[in-house]
Design a protein around this ligand. Structure first.
Ligand code: AMP
Ligand code: GLY
Length: 423
């Protein structure tokens, strides 16, 4: 089977790496990255150019396309490639709205009775400000979210009314997020611990990946700015397989039933970002794709044929079970110093010959024969271990002393599995 992975980050490197281990699978990537080249033939093309992507797939006799990032999915890549006769793992444009519009996602949660922070959606400043004033007075905090895609930067967790007012202003008036800011969601601020639930979905059927958590803040102890994720671990001490199954029934199954009933069955990965609060689990967000870097941590533990699972989804066949290693995994993100603020690109990458760990490339490119950084999050180093702490220790022992002052990474991945976000 010829499988093409769309994307160029650490998640796509992990997908290509895992798929290449499956029997009789040859992997290509579009566009891929220098790390992915070790597992896949990389095709230099823009994933947002659907005609060119489809042509490349036909020319290489691709049997299955696996779309990694949200941008092409939200823009309708799965629909366009399917229309051109290709088999695709990835949700349609209609389903990808669950990530493309927070207002859509929140309305869907309300309609399906999925627990989520109490909210309202606004397109005008004054009613949004009034609602935020009432909510901060009553509850002490509020979260303000740009409706559309804001590259993960459109969420403001506010402790005061003044912060909320500024956030609403930045989104609706200054248009800091462009079109993503034509609407705003204002919701209650929840306290608890976060959990990433990722399902491989086919209509109303699904299989859960092993549960993970990511570490969103830039600095140790969950301090500093929100990032795309600085590390991930799996499993979680307090989440048994049974609990994960219950969370799947509560947060994945109703979305799938709703999509199917609306005539747009869901085919692809569905990610629920959950907050486990004192009054039970709540959904913070849904993504229409595999999480990054959670997928790297999950795939390290998956032992069954992942290519077959994804092909079954795309073909509408019954889903095989996922077999998961009893070992735990930890992934540490190595970033350019300064990320998520200003950071340098083109930093030479040190020797990556390391044993006992997997190195996934998230933001690398070549400058002549030198491998250099090309983004904020540059490498993901992951390992398996007896438990999460041991897995993390293996990573930290291996990378110790290799990355100098131009680099940064958190040193507490897997150490503090659960840090409470208190209101
Ligand atoms: P989102 O993109 O909606 O997941 O938001 C990004 C991050 O903001 C989440 O991972 C949480 O850490 C935080 N967040 C979002 N919504 C809330 C909420 N209602 N209460 C507390 N924190 C939140
Ligand atoms: N790590 C969170 C996400 O993929 O959105």
């Amino acid at each position: 089977m010829n499988v093409l992975v769309v994307g160029s980050g650490g998640r796509e490197h992990a997908l290509a790496w895992k798929l290449a281990q499956c029997e009789s699978v040859r992997v290509s990537a579009l566009p891929g990255n220098p790390g992915i080249e070790t597992a896949a033939a990389c095709i230099q093309a823009d994933p947002m150019e659907f005609d060119a992507a489809a042509e490349a797939c036909h020319a290489r006799q691709i049997d299955l396309v696996v779309v990694g990032p949200e941008n092409p999915l939200i823009a309708g890549m799965a629909d366009e490639l399917t229309r051109r006769g290709l088999l695709v793992f990835g949700p349609s444009k209609a389903c990808a709205r669950i990530e493309g519009s927070k207002a859509f996602a929140k309305a869907l949660m309300r309609e399906c009775g999925i627990p989520t922070a109490e909210f309202e959606t606004f397109s005008e400043v004054q009613p949004a400000v009034d609602y935020a004033r009432g909510k901060t007075a009553a509850e002490g905090g509020v979260v303000v979210k740009a409706d559309g895609q804001a590259l993960g930067k459109g969420v403001f967790v506010c402790d005061t009314f003044e912060q909320a007012r500024e956030a609403i202003h930045a989104i609706l008036v200054e248009k800091r997020f462009g079109d993503a800011g034509s609407g705003v969601v204002v919701e209650s601020k929840l306290s608890g611990t976060e959990l990433s639930l990722i399902a491989v979905c086919s209509g109303t059927k699904y299989r859960l990946l092993p549960v993970c958590r990511d570490y969103k803040r830039a600095l140790d102890g969950d301090r500093g700015s929100n990032t795309g994720g600085m590390g991930a671990v799996s499993p979680l001490d307090n989440i048994s397989t049974q609990t994960a199954g219950e969370l799947g029934e509560q947060f994945i199954a109703p979305v799938l039933r709703r999509m199917e009933a609306g005539g747009t069955p869901y085919c692809g990965a569905l990610f629920a970002g959950l907050m486990l609060t004192d009054s039970g689990p709540f959904a913070l967000e849904y993504n229409c794709r595999f999480g990054d870097p959670e997928t790297q941590a999950a795939l390290l533990r998956i032992e069954s044929d992942f290519a077959r699972l994804l092909a079954c989804v795309a073909q509408g066949e019954p889903l095989p079970e996922i077999h998961v290693s009893a070992q735990a995994s930890a992934v540490v993100v190595i970033a350019a110093k300064g990320y998520p603020g200003d950071y340098a690109k083109g930093i030479p990458i040190p020797d990556l010959a390391m044993s006992g760990v997997e190195v996934f490339h998230a933001g690398t490119s070549r400058s002549g024969s030198q491998l250099v950084s090309s983004g904020g999050r540059v490498l993901n180093v992951g390992a398996l271990g007896e438990n999460v702490e041991q897995a993390a220790k293996k990573v930290y022992n291996t990378i110790a002393g290799r990355f100098g002052s131009e680099w940064q990474y958190r040193s507490d991945i897997g150490v503090a599995q659960f840090v409470r976000h208190d209101a």
